[in-house]
Design a protein around this ligand. Structure first.
Ligand code: ATP
Ligand code: MG
Length: 601
């Protein structure tokens, strides 16, 4: 491609809308253009990158025996009502774009395709002989994200590869899951990225498996905890660790103490000269279940621990039945305004005890009249602990479960693992922290959707059984931007060769010099014929401008038809290192071809 024929517009200034380097660079270098919040146009250079990423994904998927298809983006609400996700997706998370068609039927733009694929499986898979089966597609997804940001990282319209597999049993599902683990690792390695597979939260479905593939970068929205021995890595949402040992309590007798201005753990420790590990901290949450029921949840945990809200949410979903609900719509720490809606009198915030009276809750139809009391494992074994006295400015010391306080019946593990904690598999290893961008997520779904939607098959013995399912997603457009986040310098983007829009760019310093143009045209034809995808910068611009642009757009190899032409040579510069060398014109194509091949192998 000749730059003189391209829509090629670069910006010297960082765009105001962009916060992170990859977003700034992709806009400046003319790869993407913002059209609206979370909505971007992929311009020709970007489209080439996205096609290369897609092709790597496709090759790795096909190699596992999965088959490509294309499912509708417009999805009827009935399917989502069958799976039970219509309300969660349109109301709770509100992530789905839903609207009425001209016949007043409700439809939505697909944020994901479990419902569509399960309907197809229900209709078309009859017998165990058709299994296992794995279908995937590469397509635009729509999600009305709460905070669209960082360009393609969190768009409201983005490209995803999503695949769905069907099996007779868990063993077969696990086999495909393993194959996907390998395929995803291959994809990221081939795209030239540094990444880490991590254990991930699979929500309340539980099950043995979900892995996220994190591209390591400081701008990543996720925190990953891992150990140096390489034996453990998990998303912080899912991570487990050993808590520090509690210090023995310095209090021996139970008494109530005046503790003014000690509503935080730090201030309380300072006032009582005690360790946070001697305190039972009581944190109040408000959960709203999908049937509209509000439940006030009191979590008692050890003073030095924080609550992992993802784990808490999962525990609350498990208890949904108790409230005649299926799932949770929201989980928050209620602010003053929210408390007013259900509190009969102001709560002694900061001084709450595990036994705070249920009559703080006003009776109302859609509010559970009793606190749901949970205790985290770390607080269960504490002796002679400190906790609130249910009165502002007062705490009790020397308290014990089974004496002053009843141990809550529901014991949970909702503590947040953090950097520096000892690892469970080997306490001499401590957890390290890194930031990551979630590029992919593979998931063992089990029979959740097939049971909800009645997707069964006939087994060898003639029984009708629900299909086992797995699902596997890669954010194609997110991955492409993440590659930039991992690889750039002050001059611009440094694309990994495998996903660069072009491999080489020929820069002609002076287009009115006939010899320069002549050699450039010849090399341009030769390189492209040799399979080296090459751009020709034949614009009538100053050499300096062209060099800057070539660096900014990040093409791996630059060929300059400049001064050395006299000796029958051209200058070749590697973008990543800025290393330059002179090559005889006749050896250029072959040499660059070899570099490209070796970079991609
Ligand atoms: P996140 O936690 O980042 O919102 P998710 O759990 O919603 O991701 P999945 O539903 O598993 O993501 O989708 C599969 C992949 O699609 C993700 O791993 C990610 O790479 C990509 N993806 C998800 N949401 C977006 C988005 N808004 N913009 C771009 N890519 C996305
Ligand atoms: Mg999401």
């Amino acid at each position: 491609m000749r730059l003189s024929n391209m829509l090629f517009v670069t910006l010297r200034e960082d765009p105001a809308e962009a916060e992170i380097p990859s977003h700034k660079l992709l806009v400046r270098a003319g790869y993407i253009r913002r059209i609206g919040s979370g909505i971007y146009a992929y311009l020709p250079l970007m489209w080439r990158v996205l096609q290369k990423v897609s092709q790597i994904v496709r090759e790795e998927m096909n190699a596992t025996g999965a088959q490509e298809c294309l499912l509708p983006q417009l999805q009827p609400s009935e399917l989502w009502k069958e799976s039970g996700r219509w309300d969660t997706y349109t109301k709770a998370e509100g992530i789905m774009f839903a609207f009425q068609d001209r016949q007043e039927r409700e439809v939505a733009l697909g944020p994901t395709h479990e419902e569509v694929i399960t309907t197809i499986a229900r209709d078309m898979i009859r017998s165990y002989r058709q299994l296992p089966l794995h279908l995937y597609q590469i397509q635009t997804k729509f999600r009305d994200e709460i905070r669209p940001r960082f360009g393609l990282m969190r768009g409201r319209e983005f490209i995803m590869k999503d695949g769905y597999s069907f099996h007779t049993d868990e063993e077969s599902l696990k086999q495909t899951y393993q194959d996907m683990y390998q395929a995803y690792s291959n994809m990221l390695r081939r795209a030239g990225l540094k990444f880490r597979p991590v254990e991930a939260d699979s929500g309340a479905i539980g099950g043995s498996g979900s892995t996220e593939f994190m591209i390591l970068a400081d701008a990543g929205e996720d925190e990953v905890l891992y150990t140096e021995d390489g034996k453990y890595s998990a998303n912080v949402e899912k991570a487990v660790s050993l808590p520090a040992d509690a210090e023995p309590s310095s209090f021996t007798t139970y008494e109530k103490r005046e503790t003014p201005n000690t509503s935080t753990i730090d201030s309380l420790c300072e006032f009582l000269k005690c360790s946070p590990t001697q305190i039972v901290k009581n944190v109040l949450y408000q959960a709203i279940y999908d049937n509209g029921m509000t439940v006030l949840v009191l979590v008692s945990t050890r003073g030095d621990q924080d609550v992992n809200e993802v784990k808490l949410n999962n525990e609350l979903v498990k208890l949904a039945e108790q409230y005649k609900a299926k799932t949770i719509l929201s989980l928050t720490v209620p602010d003053a305004a929210t408390q007013e809606k259900w509190a009969s009198q102001p709560l002694p915030l900061g001084y709450i005890a595990p036994d705070i009276a249920d009559d703080y809750i006003t009776s109302a139809q859609d509010v559970s009249p009793k606190f749901l009391r949970l205790v985290d494992q770390t607080a269960v074994d504490l002796k002679n602990f400190v906790t609130g006295a249910n009165e502002s400015g007062y705490h009790v010391v020397g308290a014990n479960w089974g004496e002053q306080f009843q141990l809550p019946k529901v014991v949970v593990d909702v503590r947040k693992a953090k950097k520096g904690d000892r690892a469970v598999h080997n306490p001499s290893q401590t957890l390290q922290s890194a930031r990551g961008i979630e590029a992919g997520h593979i998931f063992q779904l089990g029979t959740k959707y097939s049971k909800a939607m009645g997707a069964t098959y006939t087994s060898e013995s003639g029984e009708d059984l629900p299909l086992y399912m797995g699902c596997y997603g890669v954010g194609v457009s997110r991955l492409a931007q993440a590659a930039v986040e991992q690889s750039y310098d002050k001059d611009g983007i440094i694309w990994p060769v495998a996903i660069a829009p072009y491999h080489a760019i020929i820069t002609v310093p002076n287009v009115s010099d006939a010899e320069q143009m002549d050699v450039a045209q010849k090399l341009y034809t030769e390189l492209n014929q040799a399979g080296v995808e090459t751009l020709l910068d034949d614009r009538n611009e100053r050499a300096g401008v062209k060099f800057k642009d070539a660096d900014l757009i990040g093409i791996p190899y630059r060929i300059v038809t400049g001064r050395s032409l006299k000796e029958g040579k051209v200058e070749v510069v590697e973008r990543a290192t800025h290393k330059s060398q002179e090559l005889t014109i006749s050896e250029v194509s072959q040499t660059i071809k070899e570099w490209v091949e070796s970079a991609m192998s």
